[in-house]
Design a protein. Structure first.
Lengths: 336, 506
């Protein structure tokens, strides 16, 4: 891409005067940066963080950061699909907390396999409930999932009676703390989920249809496609992915807690948006969403390393989100 | 200087949208106390002209004069200041507010921002009486009938010293008796020196109420005549009067058996008792005015809207149009009238758009794409319909209107389909692309697809259709075949209605 720009510029040099071609050259670079703004922001963040802290670019810190972000990343893959259809899911944080509590709760009475099945079942069920409200009863996704957010959080408090439940299962604990070739299992799981969603979005009819729904729902409906079915499906899948996020949390800490993942829905939406997705639907990609999660995670990580207190951290985080999204806006306006 | 007789003059007005002429040197004037009817086919430029007068659009060239003075009307607010009132078919009333509140919505508050209800009601009652209506200003607008809502809308204009009132199809929503009442109000206000510009399709009405008539066609004035000098046939002659051009390529028609038949269909928007059938290789035109129920019939057959009653038979088997998916599977396709909102997905690629209705065909197990097969199918259709695009991975948004429409057509060719419904297939498409779309339609018919083509363009219907069904106000007012398909006949059936039918053409 860049070399293409360079050859074009060199050719121009023969015809145009120096300043004109330099302007064009800069314009091309600027256009390139805008087009790939998520990855550019990501790289800038890495460079800046490395410069600011010696600890940042150490294997220990990176793996630790990835492990922390694994649950959020997985949830974000679901959020991305929902946002692609033009929806939103505010219940993901509460559902993850419920997942964290349920796995520990079920492990009290049954083995890991059944506990996993029951937990996933509950997640799919609650996700489906949101999906039904949105697709069949045409409720605004914001409202439907706002209700689900409260319900799921309440459920996790009811199940846990308000206190953390210890999860006593060695396999689960090993999963949360162990690694393969140095890479923590949760991080491997995160990349696996990412890869699956990436492939689904890029190479399957399902992926194309949910993107199309977010772009122009009536055109999809008039093509004879059952729009409601797909809308329902993305919420159900997200319910499942939220359980996965919650289970990872429990596997890392050894306890199921009803207060984990509070505010995760906002982080997830922010990450998807930083990754260039449009909240109106129809635009967004798995790779950029993952980068969005990493960018968001790095902001917190570098500020922790630099001992920035947590309250100013939040302010800076907000400002960086605004900047990232502003850049997206510039890019969209240019392409229009 | 002599006294200028005209209240409003529009002189040599031209307006084009993206290079397409909507109005060309249109000159139109209104006398004080005159009812001036403005007639013409859909797309003749009536609304554009009125929007220029009211300030909603700006002219490209020409001049506007009010009472002999040159004026610039830069926005609807300025239009209103100058005494131009316009009443659209869609009312702009707040349904949950009272009549009085609606009448004085922009100046409700009295001293200190507090509403003096007593004074407001009194002021409203006086205004309503001065216009000659009897409406209780305390009533909620939502609780009034449509006719009364229209009266409120008219009264509202008179709260702003209106001198010229534009009525866009005012009787479309009214029962005959209510129309009569409106006309008597118009006559009375006319005596007071108020001018009316009356836009309508109903020629009987034009002859009954107007003083002068101006006919627009293709953005140009055909003529302005005194109503007392003309009859209905004269007006129709003025509205059409054009030769069939060479735009419509000839076609070898070999019609096969009946594919689709519809009987007794009733549904949304007054669609009542519609029956017709279409055969293999036939192009059935559906003509009629906008709002006559043509699109509603199409949507009901396609399963996009539920029909209230009626039978649909496809391939001699009865079928219930309960969902679009079902009808698509059964072999019906629909290219909707609103291309950008419903026909194509603008931010997606040509490839993704074309295969949207036929995803099963280009995917395998788990819905994974067979990329090569998809590319072959799409590439084939791009060639076949000569879609001008920068490759199949270009976004549809970057294509011209005509090529976007070809993409919408290609969607249905990507799967086998027996009946294709085209709703306004060439709306907003330039002439060259039109001919290509006509060629495509002919090729499809030649392949044995039954085509139902809804169109507001008279020439298109005449040039393309083997048979024409004409609708008016939700009813079928007649079928035309062969030599009977003339502009006069189509127009006559379009503006007749079932409770008052015009005789079948000879």
């Amino acid at each position: 891409m860049l070399s293409e720009a360079r050859t074009a510029t060199l050719a121009d040099n023969e015809r145009r005067e120096e300043s004109g071609s330099l302007k064009r050259y800069l314009k091309r670079i600027f256009g390139f940066l805008l087009r790939y703004n998520t990855i550019v922001v990501f790289i800038v963040m890495v460079v800046v963080s490395t410069a600011l802290s010696d600890v940042f670019l150490t294997q220990r810190n990176i793996l630790n950061l990835l492990r922390q972000l694994s649950g959020l990343s997985i949830v974000c893959m679901g959020m991305l699909m929902i946002i692609l259809t033009g929806g939103i899911d505010l219940s993901v944080g509460s559902l993850a907390a419920l997942g964290s509590v349920l796995i520990a709760f079920f492990l009290q009475d049954t083995n890991l396999l059944f506990a996993l099945l029951l937990t996933f079942g509950a997640g799919i069920l609650l996700g489906s409930a949101s999906g039904l409200l949105v697709s069949v009863w045409k409720m605004a996704p914001f409202v439907a999932t706002l209700a689900m957010m409260t319900v799921a959080r309440g459920l996790s408090f009811v199940v846990s009676k308000g206190a953390p439940i210890t999860a006593n299962d060695q396999i689960l604990f090993d999963f949360g703390t162990g690694n393969w070739l140095g890479i923590p299992y949760p991080v491997l799981l995160m990349f696996a989920v990412f890869l699956i969603i990436l492939l689904v979005l890029r190479f399957t009819a399902f992926g194309r249809i949910i993107t199309a729904i977010g772009s122009n729902e009536s055109a999809v409906r008039l093509a004879g496609i059952r729009v409601g079915y797909y809308k329902f499906a993305v919420y159900a899948i997200t319910g499942f992915l939220c359980m996965l996020g919650g289970i990872i949390s429990t596997s890392r800490t050894g306890v199921g807690s009803p207060i984990v993942a509070s505010g995760m829905e906002l982080d997830a939406i922010a990450a998807v948006v930083i990754g260039g997705a449009s909240l109106n639907g129809g635009r967004g990609s798995a790779i950029n969403t993952l980068l969005g999660v990493f960018i968001l995670g790095m902001i917190g990580n570098i500020m922790n390393l630099l001992n920035v207190p947590s309250y100013p951290q939040q302010i800076l985080q907000g400002i960086i989100i605004v900047i990232a999204v502003l850049i997206q806006g510039v890019q969209i306006n240019r392409s229009n | 200087m002599t006294e200028n007789p005209y209240r409003v003059e529009l002189i040599n007005i031209s307006k084009s949208f993206r290079g397409v002429h909507a109005l060309r040197n249109v000159t139109f004037s209104v006398l004080p106390g005159e009812i001036h009817a403005l007639v013409g086919e859909n797309g003749a430029g009536k609304s554009t002209l009125m929007k220029i007068l009211s300030g909603a659009y700006q002219r490209d060239s020409g001049e506007i004069r009010i009472d002999g003075q040159h004026v610039e009307i830069r926005n609807p607010h300025e239009g209103r200041e100058r005494g131009i009132g316009i009443i659209y078919q869609e009312f702009s009333l707040a349904g949950d507010l009272s009549v009085a509140e609606n009448l004085f919505i922009s100046k409700l508050a009295g001293t200190g921002g507090v509403i003096n209800w007593g004074a407001l009601y009194k002021k409203s009652a006086t205004l309503i009486e001065s216009v000659g209506f009897q409406i209780d200003p305390r009533v909620r607008v939502r609780d009034l009938s449509v006719a009364y809502q229209q009266m409120v809308e008219i009264t509202k204009e008179f709260s702003k010293n209106v001198k010229v009132l534009v009525l866009d199809e005012p009787t479309a929503v009214l029962a005959p008796k209510e129309s009569e009442r409106l006309f008597s109000v118009m006559r009375r206000l006319k005596e007071q020196g108020i001018s009316f510009i009356h836009i309508t399709h109903r020629l009987e009405e034009v002859l009954a109420i107007s003083d002068r008539i101006t006919v627009l066609k293709d953005g140009e004035v055909v003529g302005t005549v005194l109503t007392k000098d003309v009859n209905k046939d004269d007006i129709i002659q003025m509205m059409i009067g054009r030769k069939l051009s060479a735009m419509y390529p000839p076609r070898d028609v070999t019609m096969g058996e009946e594919v689709l038949s519809v009987s007794g269909l009733s549904g949304l928007n007054n669609v009542t008792d519609v029956s017709f059938s279409v055969r293999k290789g036939e192009v059935l035109g559906i003509a009629g005015l906008v709002g006559s129920g043509r699109t509603d019939v199409a949507r009901a057959i396609f399963g996009a809207d539920r029909a209230f009653s009626g039978k649909i038979t496809l391939h001699a088997k009865p079928i219930k149009a309960t969902s679009v998916g079902k009808m698509v599977k059964a072999g019906i396709g629909l290219v909707p009238e609103d291309r950008k909102q419903q026909g194509v997905i603008l931010p997606m690629t040509v490839r993704a758009n074309v295969t949207l209705p036929s995803l099963q065909k280009v995917t395998r197990f788990l819905g994974i794409f067979r990329a090569r097969r998809e590319r072959a199918i799409v590439g084939d259709l791009i060639t076949k319909l000569s879609i001008k695009t920068n490759g199949m991975d270009a976004e549809v948004a970057d294509l011209s209107g005509g090529n976007q429409q070809k993409v919408a057509l290609a969607k249905w060719l990507s799967r086998e389909c027996d009946v294709l419904i085209l709703d306004e297939p060439t709306r907003g498409v330039d002439v060259g692309a039109k001919v290509e779309i006509y060629n495509a339609i002919n090729a499809l018919a030649a392949q044995g697809i039954a085509i139902i083509m809804i169109s507001s363009e008279m020439m298109e219907v005449i040039g393309m259709a083997d048979r024409v069904m004409v609708m008016s106000r939700g009813h079928v007012t007649g079928f035309l075949e062969g030599d009977e398909i003339t502009e006069e006949n189509v127009l006559r059936l379009s503006i007749s209605h079932v409770d008052n039918p015009t005789p079948e053409p000879a």
